[in-house]
Design a protein around this ligand. Sequence first.
Ligand SMILES: [Zn+2]
Length: 292
Amino acid sequence: MAELGMGIDIGGTNARVARVEPSGRIIGSAKAPLTDHSPAGVVASIAALVRQLGGEVPAHVGVGFAGMLRGPVVVNAPNFGWRNVDLGTPLAAALGTRVTLLNDLSAAAWGERMAGVARGCDDTFTVFVGTGVGSAIISAGHLVRGATQVAAEFGHLKVVAEGGRRCGCGEDGCLEAYLGGAKLLEWMKEAGLGGTIADLEQRALGGDPRSRELYDFAVGHLALAIANQVTVLNPRMVVLGGGVLARCPGIVARVREVVSRRSGAAARAGLEIAMAALGDDSGLVGAALLAG
Ligand SMILES: [Zn+2]
């Protein structure tokens, strides 16, 4: 049992805990909705899940968390309403082990690199679009963290020069304010457009002008932003995932098309664009393997 890692995934809605083999295979997991979003409530929920999973807690546990992090501190987590909250220290104390907090996308990118579609690939750019928009960069086999550990906050890249729609991070004009699932649904409502994002895609591609306007703006900016990142980073693989991209093949097709046309020709030579293979498990697996 000693070689088994433990991964924890803390999202806005649910928390999950799993034991993971070095191969990336999950051999036991527990999941619960996160109803109490206070720091103490989250720590208590995770400790309860770890107890429910049973067995020994490894010496080092990886935790994927949906927010900007600096060491054990959550700098900004719009889904939780947290600013500068130390989550790592009380969580380590509650579990009686060493804990490493990772941005959820860093965990997912690592999971895909170690056990998913990007297995063995040392240079990847991973973008997930779900409730929000996130990314992670792996360069020469290492996660790029940046000087203050908040690199690759792709969802908060500005897509308009001034102003723009208000983002959950408190700034204006972020990509996530247009294409994150939560914000796009808000925007659709304001525009009198009902249904899901997959419905919006169907109507837009079917020629409905109002749907087309929103869809083209949001998807066009996502696709161009990814193309520009390819130019900057020169990855071997772009890994796409998250609920919105899984349900909207038209967005993925647009990304492929725009990257093939608008990224730098030298940077995209040999580039592969692939869908994430581990589904909801990529972050859990990545967190466990990065700590293990
Ligand atoms: Zn933002």
